[in-house]
Design a protein around this ligand. Structure first.
Ligand SMILES: Nc1ncnc2c1ncn2[C@@H]1O[C@H](COP(=O)(O)OP(=O)(O)OP(=O)(O)O)[C@@H](O)[C@H]1O
Ligand SMILES: [Mg+2]
Length: 227
């Protein structure tokens, strides 16, 4: 699907997410509205428990809202089947998590190739693309390592390579520097700056101001509401 410049990549309207534990209802998101244009770099900042990860899971099509409408590239994704959502995730969304979420038994190269395997890309093309993004994140000499043979910052760079190798419409990062020391965190943020300058759309979820400040726009979330 072609997206026109300046069009909203994300349109979330009146999104609520309520969890039910027995008879207790937890209102993790309350009537959230959020529009993000293509090519924007937005951070979502809030305290622990404010609903950041819940929002990120909905924007990333890992979860669906209890009510409200979510359009991604103009497409209403609220009513899609799990299978269609999985396809959208594989084609449109690159995820980066605090705990990296790499496959420990697979090499760096294989971790980055995985989304392309799901997509059915031939092996040669897969390898070429994966090696190229790994070189871009400075890991050209680590492709045969396993995640446990890497530093935290290097692991996060593998996760970033895995996110960008699919050329996603949207990159979502949830506390990407949370497990890193400040210098390594800074290197990851510099990498995000570069990815943004290349025209990608980024949403970074964080509770830390210095991380949030790197974005073009900061969205504050409190008790499940965006102010
Ligand atoms: N699967 C779940 N079942 C029930 N309640 C949940 C679930 N996931 C999250 N919650 C609750 O929803 C609220 C928002 O959680 P969420 O994980 O979105 O917060 P967060 O802003 O990401 O916090 P943190 O900064 O600690 O990661 C919290 O009160 C949490 O306890
Ligand atoms: Mg969270």
């Amino acid at each position: 699907m072609v997206v026109k410049k300046n069009m909203n990549l994300i349109e979330a309207k009146d999104i609520t997410r309520t969890y039910k534990i027995g008879t207790v209802e937890i209102h993790a998101l309350r009537s959230v509205n959020l529009n993000v244009r293509q090519g924007e770099y937005v951070s979502v900042m809030g305290h622990s428990g404010s609903g950041k990860s819940t929002l990120m899971h909905i924007l990333g099509c890992l979860d669906t809202p209890t009510s409200g409408k979510y359009r991604l590239k103009g497409m209403d994704v609220t009513s899609l089947s799990e299978e269609r959502l999985a396809t959208i995730r594989n084609r449109e969304i690159g995820f980066i998590f605090q705990t990296f979420n790499l496959l420990s038994r697979a090499s760096v190269l294989h971790n980055v190739e995985l989304p392309l395997i799901y997509r059915g890309l031939p092996s040669k093309e897969r390898k070429r693309k994966s090696i190229s993004v790994l070189e871009n994140v400075g890991l050209g000499d680590r492709i045969n390592h396993h995640p446990n043979q890497l530093s935290g910052g290097e692991r996060q760079r593998v996760a970033i390579a895995r996110a960008i190798v699919i050329n996603p419409s949207l990159i979502l990062a949830d506390e990407p520097t949370g497990n890193l020391d400040s210098k390594t965190g800074e290197e990851i943020l510099t990498l995000f700056d570069e990815i943004y300058r290349e025209g990608n759309t980024l949403i970074v979820v964080t509770h830390e101001r210095y991380v949030a400040k790197r974005a073009e726009r900061i969205v504050h979330i409190k008790d499940g509401s965006i102010r």
